[in-house]
Design a protein around this ligand. Sequence first.
Ligand code: SAH
Length: 262
Amino acid sequence: MKLEKDNLYRAARNRMVKEQIIGRGISDERVLAALQKVPRHLFVEERLQDQAYGDHAIPIGEGQSISQPYIVAFMSEALGLTGTEKVLEIGTGSAYQAVILAELAARVFSVERIASFISKAWQIIDRLHYSNIVIREADGTYGWKEEAPFDAIIVTAGSPTVPTPLLDQLKIGGRMLIPIGERGAQTLQKVVKEASGIRITPLIPCLFVPLLGTFGFAPTGAASGPLPSGGTPPAVAQEVQTSLLPNKVRSQSEPSTMPSHP
Ligand code: SAH
């Protein structure tokens, strides 16, 4: 029975990589292999496991979500990892992105502000036997000073500006991916730190949950912000606007209970 389920999920993963990832132009073989390998269904609640390979984000509690597979692949490819890097992630969430990064880089340091995610993240990291990921509970807008500098930084929550500590903790030649904008709409930006200065390239429009902290959005008050859904907490971490991407990307606002994906 379990074997049957595992085979079904493996097949769903194959299809996910082929249709959602390769089908939309991701070609980095290491990224494709990582998405093929990591059992995404284990990062969501049991009742949502059958949706894990669908073309959308999935709620993970506390108003947060595990990102859409395409976004994980897109950001991972854009970091240009070769296997030797030390990477900082802000926003551990389910730890799915952290585990994908652990497949692509030498070491991953991930920071999360919600304590309940940290214990769950450790459980899945142990269960899958990753020894190159470290997680800590903190306001990630301060980065992880003791471990700096980093070759690559990935922020998986939307920020009004690039937090200065993160820029400081990036190596010369290092790159950062970060969604910058308002609470309800951002642009994924690639920030490259060169000896001569900082180069910022806008990549794609996106919608992530807010980065809450000293160098992000204010954690108190209207925490849900001016969201498309009218101020209720977002059901998804982010999605990419349909109009600006190749086929098959779903619409901006997905309901919190998502239909199963074929
Ligand atoms: N990368 C995650 C998805 C993250 S959702 C995954 O693969 O599942 C965004 C996450 O960022 C949430 O878990 C949220 O709690 C976290 N977050 C928001 N602001 C933060 C901050 N200042 N420091 C650390 N984590 C933060």
